[in-house]
Design a protein around this ligand. Structure first.
Ligand code: ADP
Ligand code: MG
Length: 462
Protein backbone atom coordinates (compact mmCIF):
# COMPACT_ATOMS: atom_id res chain seq x y z
CA UNK A 1 0.00 0.00 0.00
CA UNK A 2 1.38 3.41 -0.86
CA UNK A 3 0.60 7.08 -0.45
CA UNK A 4 2.10 10.17 -2.00
CA UNK A 5 3.32 13.28 -0.24
CA UNK A 6 4.26 16.63 -1.83
CA UNK A 7 7.48 17.91 -0.28
CA UNK A 8 8.39 21.58 0.36
CA UNK A 9 10.19 21.62 -3.01
CA UNK A 10 6.90 20.70 -4.74
CA UNK A 11 8.11 17.23 -5.68
CA UNK A 12 6.03 14.17 -4.94
CA UNK A 13 7.44 11.29 -2.90
CA UNK A 14 5.80 7.91 -2.94
CA UNK A 15 5.84 6.00 0.35
CA UNK A 16 5.11 2.31 0.54
CA UNK A 17 5.81 -0.51 2.91
CA UNK A 18 6.47 -4.11 2.18
CA UNK A 19 7.81 -6.91 4.35
CA UNK A 20 10.20 -5.39 6.82
CA UNK A 21 10.85 -2.04 5.24
CA UNK A 22 9.49 1.28 4.13
CA UNK A 23 10.38 2.52 0.62
CA UNK A 24 10.57 6.21 -0.12
CA UNK A 25 10.71 6.94 -3.85
CA UNK A 26 11.28 10.35 -5.39
CA UNK A 27 13.50 9.68 -8.36
CA UNK A 28 15.70 7.38 -6.33
CA UNK A 29 14.48 4.95 -3.68
CA UNK A 30 15.45 4.96 -0.02
CA UNK A 31 14.77 1.77 1.92
CA UNK A 32 14.20 2.16 5.66
CA UNK A 33 13.93 -0.97 7.79
CA UNK A 34 10.69 -0.79 9.80
CA UNK A 35 12.71 -1.09 13.00
CA UNK A 36 14.14 2.34 12.21
CA UNK A 37 10.73 3.95 11.69
CA UNK A 38 10.07 6.16 14.71
CA UNK A 39 6.84 8.00 13.98
CA UNK A 40 4.34 9.22 11.42
CA UNK A 41 1.47 11.67 11.83
CA UNK A 42 -1.04 13.85 10.02
CA UNK A 43 -2.30 17.27 11.11
CA UNK A 44 -4.99 18.50 8.74
CA UNK A 45 -3.31 18.06 5.30
CA UNK A 46 0.28 18.09 6.62
CA UNK A 47 2.16 14.85 6.90
CA UNK A 48 5.33 13.99 8.82
CA UNK A 49 7.40 10.83 8.90
CA UNK A 50 10.49 10.32 11.04
CA UNK A 51 13.03 7.54 11.06
CA UNK A 52 16.60 6.79 11.98
CA UNK A 53 18.97 7.28 9.07
CA UNK A 54 21.82 4.80 8.92
CA UNK A 55 24.29 5.39 6.14
CA UNK A 56 27.57 7.21 6.55
CA UNK A 57 26.17 8.93 9.60
CA UNK A 58 23.31 7.98 11.90
CA UNK A 59 20.66 10.44 12.95
CA UNK A 60 17.07 11.46 12.92
CA UNK A 61 15.60 12.02 9.47
CA UNK A 62 12.26 13.77 9.03
CA UNK A 63 10.19 13.87 5.87
CA UNK A 64 7.46 16.52 5.82
CA UNK A 65 4.97 17.50 3.16
CA UNK A 66 1.39 18.12 2.14
CA UNK A 67 -0.95 15.31 1.19
CA UNK A 68 -2.23 15.66 -2.39
CA UNK A 69 -6.06 15.63 -2.89
CA UNK A 70 -6.08 12.00 -3.99
CA UNK A 71 -4.96 10.96 -0.47
CA UNK A 72 -7.96 11.53 1.77
CA UNK A 73 -7.60 12.02 5.54
CA UNK A 74 -9.07 8.58 5.98
CA UNK A 75 -6.61 6.93 3.62
CA UNK A 76 -3.66 8.74 5.21
CA UNK A 77 -4.71 7.79 8.74
CA UNK A 78 -5.18 4.15 7.81
CA UNK A 79 -1.79 4.12 6.10
CA UNK A 80 -0.10 5.70 9.12
CA UNK A 81 -1.78 3.32 11.54
CA UNK A 82 -0.73 0.26 9.57
CA UNK A 83 2.83 1.54 9.28
CA UNK A 84 3.12 2.25 13.00
CA UNK A 85 1.53 -1.05 13.87
CA UNK A 86 4.11 -2.89 11.78
CA UNK A 87 6.94 -0.73 13.13
CA UNK A 88 5.95 -1.25 16.78
CA UNK A 89 3.43 -3.87 17.85
CA UNK A 90 4.44 -6.06 14.91
CA UNK A 91 7.90 -6.16 16.44
CA UNK A 92 6.67 -6.79 19.96
CA UNK A 93 7.20 -3.18 21.08
CA UNK A 94 4.58 -0.84 22.48
CA UNK A 95 4.43 2.76 21.25
CA UNK A 96 5.13 5.91 23.24
CA UNK A 97 7.36 4.37 25.87
CA UNK A 98 7.52 6.22 29.15
CA UNK A 99 11.22 6.75 29.78
CA UNK A 100 13.06 7.81 32.88
CA UNK A 101 16.13 9.54 31.45
CA UNK A 102 19.14 9.86 33.72
CA UNK A 103 21.92 12.10 32.44
CA UNK A 104 25.32 12.42 34.10
CA UNK A 105 26.70 15.81 33.00
CA UNK A 106 30.03 14.74 34.50
CA UNK A 107 30.54 11.40 32.69
CA UNK A 108 33.22 10.76 30.05
CA UNK A 109 34.18 13.95 28.24
CA UNK A 110 31.31 15.84 29.92
CA UNK A 111 29.28 16.19 26.77
CA UNK A 112 26.23 14.15 27.80
CA UNK A 113 23.89 17.12 28.18
CA UNK A 114 24.68 18.46 24.72
CA UNK A 115 24.51 15.02 23.13
CA UNK A 116 21.13 14.42 24.68
CA UNK A 117 19.69 17.71 23.40
CA UNK A 118 21.16 17.41 19.94
CA UNK A 119 20.90 13.72 19.09
CA UNK A 120 18.97 11.67 21.64
CA UNK A 121 15.97 13.74 22.70
CA UNK A 122 14.80 14.40 19.11
CA UNK A 123 14.69 10.62 18.53
CA UNK A 124 12.69 10.06 21.73
CA UNK A 125 10.28 12.86 20.80
CA UNK A 126 9.85 11.61 17.23
CA UNK A 127 8.80 8.29 18.78
CA UNK A 128 6.37 10.20 21.02
CA UNK A 129 8.00 8.87 24.17
CA UNK A 130 7.08 10.48 27.48
CA UNK A 131 10.25 11.72 29.15
CA UNK A 132 11.08 12.27 32.77
CA UNK A 133 14.57 13.74 32.65
CA UNK A 134 16.96 14.00 35.60
CA UNK A 135 20.50 15.36 35.55
CA UNK A 136 22.65 13.82 38.28
CA UNK A 137 24.14 16.47 40.51
CA UNK A 138 26.51 14.36 42.65
CA UNK A 139 27.96 10.87 43.06
CA UNK A 140 25.25 8.72 44.66
CA UNK A 141 22.41 10.63 43.01
CA UNK A 142 21.72 7.82 40.54
CA UNK A 143 21.62 5.34 43.43
CA UNK A 144 18.85 7.41 45.03
CA UNK A 145 16.98 7.56 41.72
CA UNK A 146 16.97 3.76 41.58
CA UNK A 147 16.07 3.41 45.24
CA UNK A 148 13.08 5.75 45.01
CA UNK A 149 11.96 4.86 41.49
CA UNK A 150 8.22 4.50 41.00
CA UNK A 151 7.61 1.03 39.58
CA UNK A 152 4.44 1.93 37.74
CA UNK A 153 5.43 5.06 35.84
CA UNK A 154 8.20 3.91 33.50
CA UNK A 155 8.69 1.36 30.76
CA UNK A 156 12.48 1.73 30.82
CA UNK A 157 15.38 3.80 32.14
CA UNK A 158 17.71 5.41 29.60
CA UNK A 159 21.12 6.13 31.11
CA UNK A 160 23.45 8.71 29.61
CA UNK A 161 26.84 8.06 31.20
CA UNK A 162 29.21 5.12 31.40
CA UNK A 163 29.14 1.80 33.22
CA UNK A 164 29.60 3.52 36.60
CA UNK A 165 26.17 5.09 36.54
CA UNK A 166 24.55 1.80 35.49
CA UNK A 167 26.22 0.20 38.52
CA UNK A 168 24.84 2.95 40.75
CA UNK A 169 21.30 2.73 39.43
CA UNK A 170 21.24 -1.06 39.72
CA UNK A 171 22.37 -0.84 43.34
CA UNK A 172 19.70 1.76 44.00
CA UNK A 173 17.06 -0.48 42.42
CA UNK A 174 18.34 -3.32 44.64
CA UNK A 175 17.39 -1.14 47.63
CA UNK A 176 13.99 -0.16 46.23
CA UNK A 177 11.03 -1.13 48.38
CA UNK A 178 10.35 -3.95 45.89
CA UNK A 179 13.84 -4.86 44.68
CA UNK A 180 12.99 -7.76 42.38
CA UNK A 181 10.32 -5.79 40.59
CA UNK A 182 12.57 -2.73 40.48
CA UNK A 183 15.49 -4.67 38.98
CA UNK A 184 13.14 -6.02 36.30
CA UNK A 185 12.86 -2.47 34.91
CA UNK A 186 14.63 -2.54 31.54
CA UNK A 187 17.75 -0.38 31.30
CA UNK A 188 19.05 1.17 28.09
CA UNK A 189 22.58 2.59 28.28
CA UNK A 190 23.38 5.53 26.01
CA UNK A 191 27.16 5.68 25.82
CA UNK A 192 28.47 9.01 27.03
CA UNK A 193 30.96 7.75 29.63
CA UNK A 194 34.60 6.71 29.40
CA UNK A 195 33.96 3.02 29.89
CA UNK A 196 30.83 1.93 28.00
CA UNK A 197 31.20 -1.84 28.16
CA UNK A 198 27.49 -2.46 28.58
CA UNK A 199 26.66 -0.47 25.50
CA UNK A 200 29.18 -2.48 23.49
CA UNK A 201 27.67 -5.72 24.75
CA UNK A 202 24.18 -4.66 23.77
CA UNK A 203 24.84 -2.88 20.48
CA UNK A 204 28.09 -4.47 19.32
CA UNK A 205 31.50 -3.18 18.33
CA UNK A 206 30.39 -0.99 15.40
CA UNK A 207 27.34 0.60 17.05
CA UNK A 208 28.38 0.41 20.69
CA UNK A 209 29.46 4.05 20.84
CA UNK A 210 26.69 5.40 18.61
CA UNK A 211 24.31 7.40 20.77
CA UNK A 212 21.62 7.45 18.06
CA UNK A 213 21.58 3.67 17.72
CA UNK A 214 21.48 3.50 21.52
CA UNK A 215 18.52 5.92 21.56
CA UNK A 216 16.75 3.73 19.01
CA UNK A 217 17.36 0.79 21.33
CA UNK A 218 15.68 2.68 24.18
CA UNK A 219 12.64 3.17 21.91
CA UNK A 220 12.58 -0.18 20.12
CA UNK A 221 14.75 -2.63 22.07
CA UNK A 222 13.18 -5.76 23.52
CA UNK A 223 13.69 -6.66 27.18
CA UNK A 224 16.50 -9.18 27.61
CA UNK A 225 16.72 -10.81 31.02
CA UNK A 226 20.23 -10.84 32.43
CA UNK A 227 21.85 -12.40 35.44
CA UNK A 228 23.22 -10.05 38.05
CA UNK A 229 25.82 -10.89 40.68
CA UNK A 230 25.98 -10.24 44.39
CA UNK A 231 29.41 -9.31 45.70
CA UNK A 232 29.56 -9.81 49.45
CA UNK A 233 32.38 -8.29 51.42
CA UNK A 234 32.42 -7.74 55.19
CA UNK A 235 28.72 -8.55 55.31
CA UNK A 236 27.94 -5.81 52.79
CA UNK A 237 26.22 -6.85 49.60
CA UNK A 238 26.74 -5.03 46.31
CA UNK A 239 25.13 -5.76 42.96
CA UNK A 240 27.62 -6.16 40.12
CA UNK A 241 26.44 -6.36 36.52
CA UNK A 242 29.76 -6.41 34.74
CA UNK A 243 33.07 -7.32 36.31
CA UNK A 244 35.24 -7.98 39.29
CA UNK A 245 38.97 -7.69 38.82
CA UNK A 246 42.00 -8.49 40.96
CA UNK A 247 45.71 -8.51 40.34
CA UNK A 248 47.05 -7.30 37.05
CA UNK A 249 43.53 -6.67 35.76
CA UNK A 250 42.60 -4.59 38.74
CA UNK A 251 45.57 -2.31 38.09
CA UNK A 252 44.02 -1.92 34.72
CA UNK A 253 40.75 -0.61 36.06
CA UNK A 254 41.88 1.35 39.06
CA UNK A 255 45.60 1.94 38.85
CA UNK A 256 45.00 4.04 35.78
CA UNK A 257 42.15 6.07 37.24
CA UNK A 258 44.33 9.19 37.21
CA UNK A 259 44.77 8.63 33.47
CA UNK A 260 41.10 9.24 32.78
CA UNK A 261 41.91 11.86 30.15
CA UNK A 262 43.36 9.06 28.01
CA UNK A 263 39.88 7.66 27.59
CA UNK A 264 39.81 4.00 26.69
CA UNK A 265 43.52 3.94 25.91
CA UNK A 266 44.17 3.89 29.62
CA UNK A 267 43.06 0.27 29.72
CA UNK A 268 45.86 -0.76 27.39
CA UNK A 269 48.34 1.45 29.17
CA UNK A 270 47.46 -0.07 32.53
CA UNK A 271 47.82 -3.52 31.10
CA UNK A 272 51.27 -2.83 29.75
CA UNK A 273 52.36 -1.24 33.00
CA UNK A 274 51.14 -4.23 35.00
CA UNK A 275 52.80 -6.50 32.55
CA UNK A 276 56.18 -4.94 33.06
CA UNK A 277 55.93 -5.80 36.76
CA UNK A 278 54.36 -9.18 35.98
CA UNK A 279 53.79 -9.99 39.63
CA UNK A 280 51.68 -13.04 40.44
CA UNK A 281 48.72 -12.16 42.66
CA UNK A 282 48.80 -13.94 46.02
CA UNK A 283 45.16 -15.00 46.26
CA UNK A 284 43.29 -17.95 47.67
CA UNK A 285 40.50 -18.68 45.21
CA UNK A 286 37.61 -21.11 45.51
CA UNK A 287 35.19 -21.70 42.68
CA UNK A 288 31.77 -23.32 42.62
CA UNK A 289 32.43 -24.56 39.13
CA UNK A 290 29.89 -25.41 36.47
CA UNK A 291 31.95 -25.85 33.31
CA UNK A 292 35.54 -25.35 32.18
CA UNK A 293 35.59 -27.13 28.84
CA UNK A 294 36.25 -24.37 26.30
CA UNK A 295 34.70 -26.26 23.38
CA UNK A 296 31.49 -26.93 25.31
CA UNK A 297 31.16 -23.31 26.41
CA UNK A 298 31.77 -22.16 22.82
CA UNK A 299 29.05 -24.52 21.58
CA UNK A 300 26.56 -23.30 24.22
CA UNK A 301 27.14 -19.76 22.93
CA UNK A 302 26.26 -20.76 19.35
CA UNK A 303 23.08 -22.47 20.56
CA UNK A 304 21.99 -19.52 22.68
CA UNK A 305 22.39 -17.10 19.75
CA UNK A 306 20.16 -19.29 17.61
CA UNK A 307 17.33 -19.34 20.17
CA UNK A 308 17.01 -16.09 22.10
CA UNK A 309 14.18 -16.65 24.62
CA UNK A 310 11.44 -14.08 25.12
CA UNK A 311 11.83 -12.15 28.36
CA UNK A 312 9.53 -13.26 31.14
CA UNK A 313 8.20 -11.19 34.04
CA UNK A 314 9.24 -12.14 37.58
CA UNK A 315 6.74 -14.39 39.38
CA UNK A 316 3.90 -12.54 41.13
CA UNK A 317 5.26 -13.38 44.57
CA UNK A 318 8.67 -11.93 43.63
CA UNK A 319 7.09 -8.72 42.37
CA UNK A 320 5.74 -8.10 45.85
CA UNK A 321 8.91 -9.22 47.64
CA UNK A 322 10.73 -6.63 49.71
CA UNK A 323 13.95 -8.70 49.69
CA UNK A 324 16.65 -9.50 47.19
CA UNK A 325 17.06 -13.22 46.43
CA UNK A 326 18.71 -14.89 49.42
CA UNK A 327 22.38 -15.76 49.05
CA UNK A 328 22.94 -19.46 48.41
CA UNK A 329 26.48 -19.74 49.70
CA UNK A 330 28.12 -18.82 52.96
CA UNK A 331 31.80 -18.09 53.48
CA UNK A 332 32.50 -21.24 55.50
CA UNK A 333 30.96 -23.55 52.92
CA UNK A 334 33.78 -25.31 51.02
CA UNK A 335 32.01 -28.54 50.08
CA UNK A 336 32.09 -29.02 46.31
CA UNK A 337 34.22 -25.94 45.66
CA UNK A 338 37.38 -26.14 43.56
CA UNK A 339 40.50 -24.57 45.04
CA UNK A 340 42.70 -22.86 42.47
CA UNK A 341 46.24 -24.08 43.05
CA UNK A 342 48.41 -22.48 40.38
CA UNK A 343 49.83 -18.94 40.73
CA UNK A 344 47.92 -16.32 38.74
CA UNK A 345 48.73 -13.04 37.11
CA UNK A 346 45.15 -11.99 37.48
CA UNK A 347 41.60 -13.02 38.10
CA UNK A 348 38.88 -11.39 36.12
CA UNK A 349 35.25 -12.39 36.44
CA UNK A 350 31.96 -11.04 35.23
CA UNK A 351 29.03 -11.00 32.84
CA UNK A 352 28.96 -9.70 29.26
CA UNK A 353 31.70 -10.20 26.63
CA UNK A 354 33.22 -6.72 26.31
CA UNK A 355 34.62 -4.64 29.11
CA UNK A 356 35.93 -2.07 26.64
CA UNK A 357 36.39 -1.72 22.92
CA UNK A 358 39.91 -3.06 23.13
CA UNK A 359 39.06 -6.00 25.33
CA UNK A 360 36.49 -8.78 24.97
CA UNK A 361 37.27 -10.59 28.18
CA UNK A 362 34.31 -12.99 28.44
CA UNK A 363 33.55 -14.00 24.87
CA UNK A 364 31.30 -16.94 25.79
CA UNK A 365 29.35 -15.08 28.44
CA UNK A 366 25.59 -15.62 28.14
CA UNK A 367 23.12 -13.07 29.48
CA UNK A 368 20.96 -15.60 31.27
CA UNK A 369 22.73 -18.90 31.98
CA UNK A 370 22.72 -18.11 35.69
CA UNK A 371 26.51 -18.29 35.70
CA UNK A 372 29.40 -15.90 35.81
CA UNK A 373 32.50 -16.32 33.71
CA UNK A 374 35.96 -16.35 35.26
CA UNK A 375 39.25 -15.79 33.48
CA UNK A 376 42.30 -17.04 35.33
CA UNK A 377 45.53 -15.95 33.71
CA UNK A 378 48.18 -18.40 34.85
CA UNK A 379 51.86 -17.50 34.93
CA UNK A 380 52.45 -20.19 32.35
CA UNK A 381 53.05 -17.58 29.68
CA UNK A 382 55.93 -15.39 28.59
CA UNK A 383 55.85 -11.63 28.58
CA UNK A 384 56.10 -11.62 24.81
CA UNK A 385 53.16 -14.00 24.46
CA UNK A 386 51.05 -11.94 26.86
CA UNK A 387 51.77 -8.86 24.82
CA UNK A 388 50.96 -10.67 21.62
CA UNK A 389 47.69 -11.82 23.18
CA UNK A 390 46.84 -8.18 23.78
CA UNK A 391 46.40 -7.67 20.05
CA UNK A 392 43.89 -10.54 19.97
CA UNK A 393 41.99 -9.10 22.95
CA UNK A 394 39.38 -7.05 21.03
CA UNK A 395 38.10 -10.25 19.43
CA UNK A 396 38.30 -12.26 22.63
CA UNK A 397 40.69 -14.78 21.10
CA UNK A 398 42.83 -14.88 24.24
CA UNK A 399 40.12 -17.28 25.47
CA UNK A 400 41.75 -20.01 23.41
CA UNK A 401 45.26 -19.45 24.77
CA UNK A 402 46.48 -22.45 26.79
CA UNK A 403 47.69 -20.23 29.63
CA UNK A 404 44.15 -18.94 30.17
CA UNK A 405 41.90 -20.98 32.38
CA UNK A 406 38.27 -20.10 31.75
CA UNK A 407 35.52 -21.26 34.08
CA UNK A 408 31.78 -20.81 34.22
CA UNK A 409 30.71 -20.76 37.84
CA UNK A 410 27.71 -20.38 40.12
CA UNK A 411 29.90 -18.53 42.59
CA UNK A 412 33.51 -17.91 43.61
CA UNK A 413 35.38 -16.61 46.60
CA UNK A 414 38.70 -14.80 46.87
CA UNK A 415 40.88 -14.18 49.86
CA UNK A 416 43.87 -11.94 49.28
CA UNK A 417 46.97 -13.31 50.98
CA UNK A 418 48.93 -10.08 50.76
CA UNK A 419 47.98 -6.74 52.23
CA UNK A 420 48.61 -4.71 49.11
CA UNK A 421 46.54 -5.04 46.01
CA UNK A 422 43.49 -3.85 44.23
CA UNK A 423 39.92 -4.95 43.68
CA UNK A 424 37.59 -3.31 41.20
CA UNK A 425 33.87 -4.09 40.94
CA UNK A 426 32.30 -2.82 37.70
CA UNK A 427 35.36 -0.59 37.50
CA UNK A 428 34.81 1.02 40.93
CA UNK A 429 37.40 0.65 43.72
CA UNK A 430 36.63 -1.76 46.58
CA UNK A 431 38.65 -2.70 49.68
CA UNK A 432 41.28 -5.37 49.03
CA UNK A 433 39.65 -7.87 51.36
CA UNK A 434 38.00 -11.26 51.17
CA UNK A 435 34.88 -11.30 49.04
CA UNK A 436 32.43 -13.74 47.52
CA UNK A 437 30.41 -13.43 44.35
CA UNK A 438 27.38 -15.38 43.24
CA UNK A 439 25.20 -15.08 40.18
CA UNK A 440 21.43 -14.59 40.35
CA UNK A 441 19.60 -15.94 37.37
CA UNK A 442 17.72 -13.31 35.34
CA UNK A 443 17.51 -10.75 38.11
CA UNK A 444 18.17 -7.79 35.80
CA UNK A 445 16.92 -6.60 32.43
CA UNK A 446 18.47 -4.64 29.57
CA UNK A 447 16.86 -3.55 26.33
CA UNK A 448 18.44 -5.25 23.35
CA UNK A 449 18.03 -5.25 19.57
CA UNK A 450 19.04 -8.93 19.36
CA UNK A 451 18.12 -10.85 22.50
CA UNK A 452 21.77 -11.85 22.98
CA UNK A 453 25.09 -10.10 23.51
CA UNK A 454 26.28 -8.52 20.29
CA UNK A 455 29.81 -9.89 20.31
CA UNK A 456 30.86 -12.13 17.43
CA UNK A 457 33.35 -14.75 18.54
CA UNK A 458 35.23 -17.39 16.62
CA UNK A 459 37.49 -20.38 17.08
CA UNK A 460 41.23 -19.79 17.13
CA UNK A 461 44.27 -22.00 17.51
CA UNK A 462 47.44 -20.98 19.30
P1 ADP B 1 32.73 7.41 33.26
O1 ADP B 1 32.81 6.27 32.32
O2 ADP B 1 33.02 8.71 32.63
O3 ADP B 1 33.52 7.12 34.49
P2 ADP B 1 30.57 6.53 34.76
O4 ADP B 1 29.13 6.47 34.46
O5 ADP B 1 31.33 5.26 34.81
O6 ADP B 1 31.21 7.50 33.72
O7 ADP B 1 30.83 7.18 36.15
C1 ADP B 1 30.46 8.45 36.43
C2 ADP B 1 30.64 8.77 37.89
O8 ADP B 1 30.22 10.11 38.04
C3 ADP B 1 29.79 7.93 38.82
O9 ADP B 1 30.63 7.41 39.81
C4 ADP B 1 28.82 8.93 39.44
O10 ADP B 1 28.60 8.72 40.80
C5 ADP B 1 29.50 10.25 39.27
N1 ADP B 1 28.61 11.39 39.11
C6 ADP B 1 27.32 11.42 38.72
N2 ADP B 1 26.85 12.69 38.66
C7 ADP B 1 27.88 13.48 39.01
C8 ADP B 1 28.04 14.90 39.14
N3 ADP B 1 27.04 15.75 38.87
N4 ADP B 1 29.24 15.35 39.53
C9 ADP B 1 30.26 14.52 39.78
N5 ADP B 1 30.18 13.17 39.69
C10 ADP B 1 29.01 12.66 39.30
MG1 MG C 1 33.35 4.62 34.68
Amino acid sequence: MSIRVRGPNGKLSSLSYQNDSLQITNGSTTTVPLRQVLGAKRASRSFELSYLRRNKTTGLETLTGILPDEVTDHVADAWIETLLHMAYEGMGVSRQRRLKVVINPHGGTKKAVGIFKKSVEPIFLAAECTLDIVHTTRPGHAYDIGKDLSLTDYDAIAILSGDGLVHEILNGLAHNLHPIKALATPLAPIPTGTGNGLSLNILGFDDGFDVCVAALNAVKGLPMKVDLCSVTQNGKRTISFMSQAMGLMADLDIGTEHLRWMGEARFSYGFLRGLIKMKPSPLRILIKEYESDKEKMFEALQQRKKNPPAATKPADADLESTQLPTLKYTLDDEEGWTVVQEPLLYLFAGKGPYVGRDYMSFPVSLPDDGLLDIVLQTTNVSRVELLRNQSAAPKGLVYWHPSVRYVKAHAYRVKPLASKGALAVDGEIFPFEEFQVEAHSKLGCFLSPFGYYAAPFERHTY
